[in-house]
Design a protein around this ligand. Sequence first.
Ligand code: TEU
Ligand code: CA
Length: 559
Amino acid sequence: MEKKWWKESVVYQIYPKSFKDSNGDGVGDIRGIIQKLDYLKELGVNVLWISPMLESPQDDNGYDISDYRRIYEEYGTMEDYEELLCEAHKRSIRILMDLVVNHTSDEHNWFIESRKSKDNPYRDYYIWKDPVNGKEPNNWGGAFGGSAWEYDPQTQMYYLHLFSKKQPDLNWENEKVRQEVYDMMKFWCEKGIDGFRMDVISMISKDQRFPDGEMNNGLYGDFGPYSVHGPRIHEFLQEMNHEVLSKYDIMTVGETAGVTIEEAQKYAGEDRNELNMVFQFEHVESGCGDYGKWTTQKYDFKEFKNIMIKWQEKLQGKAWNSLFLGNHDQPRSVSRFGNDNPVYRETSAKMLATCIHMMQGTPYVYQGEELGMTNAYFDKLEDYRDIESINYFEEFTESGLMTPEHMMKCLMLRSRDNARTPMQWDDSKQAGFTDGEPWIKVNQNYKKINAAQQLEDPDSIFHYYQKLISLRKEKDIIVYGEFEPLYREDEQIFAYTRKGDQEKLLTVCNFSDKNAEVEVPEEFKGAECLITNLGRKEFDGKIILNPYEAFVLYYKHQV
Ligand code: TEU
Ligand code: CA
């Protein structure tokens, strides 16, 4: 397998609004990130993906960009950003920019021009359609609720927005749009960034017939089949690769919700000249019901395990996996896949990390995950800030699809705001995130769960992550070893091996809150334990694992 720095890396995702506020206005900022670079260096991560920091009215916390070449004022200045790049590079930490080019903000100049008149030079930068029978051009619903079309009285036409109405979709059919995007990407590459995480990149090519979609929950039709992995998607990415990506030593990861194995091999196939890897979401979508993510259903372990195994086996030797359990759009991983009851929180957070970091692919750590931060479980709508949560609460309760009580339960478990509460740095007021009033409430458990406390404690989740990350740097097999699942049918245990030339690694994780019996394969008799979360010393033969226990064994043949 070809060796690459981005395969050997561990990526840490920063959600800048909630990471560290340096000036007391309650909003995280670039200088805050600079202050914490030593913390990140200590953790050992070597790539940062920072969610969007460009000029934006913040309808969707920066995923609505109004100027691609300016830093959002509340986050700082271009000089601050350059200093961040420089300080990160000094510490051998690379930086990925979040590239949001499926849509812009409606306050971007292109859109301000575009909506002025039908013959404006920027008109075709966006997707405009005439009304059909006095109504929307088709039945598509937007990802944040409501129709995906917004009527604009100025020219009496509709524009498409797959997300909020303040996020009009760019028209990638227009060659000028594509050139603008490539020029902008080169601008940032020349500045010295090290790659891109590409926001909903799988949605940039739309079926130009714009047909109605199948009704999903009785309100709107599904745009998925017509705008996700659309007809020209691979052509566009190959063009982008040819024009920009291939000219720099950078890393790229595409956000591709709904991606199948076959599609992923096209996006990230080693010989395809598109992207280095993609995020697939099957494992975090397992357990979704009739109302999509809005459910109180717990995930299904067997289904989750089978999905993970499938992606490991099917991409092996063909494309590279991105490994993650959480990000800024997902609930906290320990609350969702582990157990955030104080009895099990630490153990289960370490177990989940073990499972992910020992698989084949590039691991991603979402800010606070290395501390075992939990869901916020806000039970009042007024505590929520996320446009998706607020819109759906209104849509589902007003249409009678769900009672307010039930929908609130869904938000408590599934809202994106669970992951967006401020980083818990210490046990001082506002968790050391800000001296002022934070833009979103701090999780109440910050006195118990915070970085300062964990830096002191050699057995903390933080130090466990630090160890996992350093193991990756010591042992090639963790990056490149061949994956093979064990005990596939087990209802509690996720186990697998990795195979190198003369060496082999075994990972065993108990995903349940019950004891679990496991037979350690004979070949690992006397093997070295690389890491374990409950201090076990004996690993031979039949053993009884404690709830959420995990361990990794390793041996190498003498030659
Ligand atoms: O998310 C894209 C995406 O697929 C979302 O619809 C996701 O499924 C949803 O947030 C899950 O609840 C990206 C960004 O990561 C997200 O933060 C943005 O809001 C969105 O694109 C629009 O830019
Ligand atoms: Ca600030």
